[in-house]
Design a protein around this ligand. Structure first.
Ligand code: TYD
Ligand code: MG
Length: 461
């Protein structure tokens, strides 16, 4: 019989301690320990018989299972081309970002072809119905709705259905409970055991399970980090509240590529897909402005053009400000140092602000060149040449390195009417893109354009 013991579990990393302490020994965090009751089962007799059967890696039958498609292309692509039966997905995101809305729309599209269940632990059935009506979600017999929090009960109810479901959505994993564990919903033990139960269900029955996960104020999915290890796919739904668009990003996928993004726009009628997001992050200026450069980036497999804005202003502070929105602060410090040491620009006694327009977050090193161009343009108060895009990684010696997927970036820029591209050397010759290329060995070669605004090309291939 299981014996209940009290343990102290760090709510950040899941380390179990036998005594309470202020600091977790696992991750070093303070005040994260919480008392949780755990069942310890002692097995006295060691069994000599195993039920495990090893199988050959060669499949006897054709195991290339068909992926389930939702018809929401942006969602299917982020999942790696549809959902794999038996896969468990975790969708994380800030409160109110639109996770429930997205999944309700996904389940609605899904229910046209497959059987689905949507279980909400946060809203009553009536509330879900009201939202579904507002979103114009199709009324389908294939869609089972429920408001429940007991995982074992939910799985039993699903077993008792006349026809098994193909997709189960749990909104959210932090509200689910397992009666065997005596701690509150949302605690590490509860989240872990409920996820385990749902994963076992998914793998044995071949049902695809999508879990909604809350995020902490640091922006990671609440609960132990192991949660992300347990599931097959982790998606983050992100975006700024003040902007209408939302980005679904895959950070882990056992069945497809990661770093893929899907772009949606939040409207009165719920989330709408944005199939060509490039133009979304471009600000249209009627006249040339200084401190603005367009970055031809890649998000996942898709090209995306983003405006990088910089402002350099006189500072009255002893330590001038260096502020980044949507970009890495350390990288900004590096680019400023390269501009100062290798190109002779001085940002001393000046505040520097950098902003990625539209609220997008960029992590690609290829954005270095666009950032450097925006900064140099802001400092010199000269706009960059009209209809130009920038991409390339900058090294500490001031060299501009070529980046991958050049052709894709150039094609997208041409499509959106850009005529010049500034990039690193060693661009593959023979591409059929109609754009004037200015390939740079060193960043200093680009500085001419800010001394003489008419000069639009550094060197042509
Ligand atoms: P919701 O899906 O409840 O967020 P989450 O589950 O991530 O907490 O999204 C709620 C937000 O979305 C709310 O602030 C209002 C907005 N919204 C719209 O703008 N249009 C809509 O059609 C819907 C359903 C929600
Ligand atoms: Mg919700």
């Amino acid at each position: 019989m299981a014996k209940i013991t009290l343990k102290y579990v760090c709510q950040d990393c899941g380390t179990v301690h036998s005594k309470w302490g202020g600091k977790c020994e696992g991750c070093g965090a303070w005040n994260t320990m919480q008392e949780e009751a755990m069942a310890v089962t002692k097995k006295l007799v060691k069994s000599t018989k195993s039920t495990l059967e090893f199988v050959s890696i060669e499949a006897e039958e054709n195991n290339d299972c068909e992926r389930l498609l939702t018809d929401i292309n942006e969602f299917d692509r982020v999942c790696g081309g549809g959902l794999v039966p038996g896969a468990v997905l975790l969708v994380g995101g800030d409160p109110g970002i639109g996770k429930s809305t997205l999944l309700l729309q996904v389940v609605s599209h899904f229910s046209k072809n497959y059987r689905c269940a949507y279980v909400s632990g946060e809203e009553a059935v009536g509330q879900v119905r009201m939202r579904a009506k507002r979103l114009g979600v199709a009324n389908s017999d294939n869609l089972h709705l429920a408001s429940a929090t007991n995982v074992s009960d939910i799985l039993l109810a699903l077993d008792n259905l006349d026809h098994p479901v193909d997709l189960l959505i749990i909104d959210s994993i932090q509200t689910m409970t397992n009666m065997d564990v005596d701690s509150a919903p949302g605690t590490v033990s509860q989240v872990r055991i409920c996820t385990q139960e749902l994963i076992t269900f998914a793998k044995t029955k071949g049902v695809c399970v999508i879990l909604v996960g809350h995020v902490t104020k640091e922006g990671v999915i609440a609960g132990p980090r192991v949660l992300e290890h347990m599931v097959d796919t982790v998606l983050y739904f992100e975006g700024e509240r003040n902007y209408h668009y939302r980005i679904l990003r895959s950070v882990k996928n056992r069945f497809g590529p990661t770093d893929e993004i899907g772009v949606f726009e939040m409207t009165e009628q719920g989330l709408q897909q944005v199939p060509n997001p490039s133009a979304l992050f471009l600000n249209q200026h009627d006249f040339p402005v200084s401190g603005s450069a367009i970055f031809a980036g890649i998000e996942g497999t898709r090209p995306i053009l983003v405006e990088i804005q910089a402002l350099v202003a006189p500072s009255h502070l002893a330590t001038p400000r260096r502020t980044c929105v949507g970009w890495d602060n350390n990288r900004l410090a590096m680019i400023l140092a390269v501009l100062e040491s290798r190109c002779g620009l001085s940002f001393a006694n000046r505040d520097v602000f950098l902003n990625v327009a539209g609220g997008l977050k960029i992590t690609e090193p290829a954005s270095d060149l666009a950032v450097a161009a925006a900064l140099a343009s802001a400092l010199s108060n000269n706009p960059v040449p009209v209809k130009s895009v920038f991409f390339g990684e900058i090294g500490l010696s001031g060299e501009v390195r070529a980046v991958s997927q050049t052709e894709l970036r150039l094609k997208e820029a041409t499509k959106l009417g850009f005529e010049n591209a500034y990039c690193g050397k060693k661009i593959k010759s023979g591409n059929d893109v109609d754009i004037s290329l200015s390939s740079l060995n060193y960043l200093i070669e680009m500085m001419d354009i800010f001394r003489n605004p008419q000069h639009s090309k550094v060197r042509s291939l």
